[in-house]
Design a protein around this ligand. Structure first.
Ligand code: SF4
Ligand code: SF4
Ligand code: SF4
Length: 287
């Protein structure tokens, strides 16, 4: 990854950014998020098939440096999150320096090597292996054999169900939720200063892990992602209960595309779907 380290050093030496959010390998060899503050720390940066985290989540969590831009290492799916944050006026393009990586996929299981069997679902239908918004573009694209999109198969099965069967499916999935909120914490587009689940006057959502409270939480969160989810699959990756959260958000993204020809996070100059209204909007799907 000399290309990345050399670029990062150049960025620090020429004061193009104050920090760089990227990845490093810890002592156990695990790839994890890392913030480099200077040229020496830039030596620790790496990028590989185990660089799974969507680092765009830090852009709204970190305090903005007083003396320069935030540099960020980003894959195509992460860049969609950065673009979405710009579209939603949460960050300014001028405040970030994007070091984009041509991406050859990431692992599902971090303890194993990358392979056809060990590839994240999102990589199986990725359309942005070469990012579309960057200051630097690094890395080479390699051919890799895409495995079956098993999530699409499950979506087809759900579509074929009756509403009652689908309800039972989700009731059993959400019944496993322990309300840890990891899905919210990891999501680059869950940036509200106070989440609805923490509002107690009035209390909109039961805090305990009951069937009704779990349904409220998971459905409200899904609604808040309608037309906004950029498909990084981070929520599903971190869910300790293995709830297939992206089945819902991916489906909503497909509806946004079908009904409004809109895909969030693809173009920073495009108004957001949720923030615009047109009298010619298709309303046939509202029943
Ligand atoms: S979805 Fe695309 S850009 Fe994101 S990790 Fe997979 S191959 Fe890379
Ligand atoms: S809802 Fe999940 S897949 Fe969508 S942007 Fe948030 S973390 Fe990523
Ligand atoms: S990460 Fe999973 S278990 Fe935790 S709140 Fe979200 S859906 Fe529930």
């Amino acid at each position: 990854m000399n290309q990345l380290i050399e670029s990062a050093k150049d960025i620090f030496q020429n004061n193009k950014a104050a920090i760089i959010i990227g990845y490093t390998k810890d002592k156990s060899g695990r790839t994890k998020p890392f913030i480099a503050h200077n040229s020496d720390e830039a030596e620790k940066l790496t990028f590989n098939h185990h660089a799974v985290n969507n680092l765009a989540v830090y852009l709204t969590r970190l305090e903005k440096p007083k003396d320069g831009k935030i540099g960020i290492v980003a894959k195509g799916c992460d860049i969609r999150a950065i673009n979405a944050l710009i579209q939603e006026n949460q960050i300014r393009r001028d405040d970030v320096l994007i070091i984009a990586m041509n991406c050859n996929g990431v692992v599902e299981n971090q303890n194993e090597e990358f392979s056809k069997e060990n590839t994240q679902i999102k990589c199986k239908y990725c359309q942005l292996r070469t990012p579309n918004n960057y200051d630097f573009l690094l890395g080479e694209l390699e051919d890799f054999e895409l495995p079956e999109d098993s999530q699409q198969e499950l979506m087809n099965k759900l579509e074929a169900m009756t509403p009652e069967e689908r309800w039972n499916f989700w009731e059993s999935q959400f019944g496993n939720c322990i309300k840890c909120y990891a899905c919210r914490q990891v999501c680059p587009l869950c940036y509200c200063e106070q989440c609805i689940v923490e509002k107690s006057m009035p209390q909109w959502i039961e805090t305990s892990s009951t069937t009704r409270g779990n349904f409220s939480w998971n459905l409200i969160r899904a609604f808040h992602q309608a037309g906004r989810c950029i498909g990084c699959h981070e929520c599903e990756r971190v869910c300790p209960m293995d709830i297939p959260l992206t089945l819902l958000t991916r489906k909503m993204g497909m509806i946004a595309m079908k009904e409004f020809n809109y895909k969030h996070g693809m173009n920073i100059n495009e108004p957001t779907l949720i923030g615009t209204y047109s009298t010619s909007d298709n309303e046939d799907f509202i029943k």
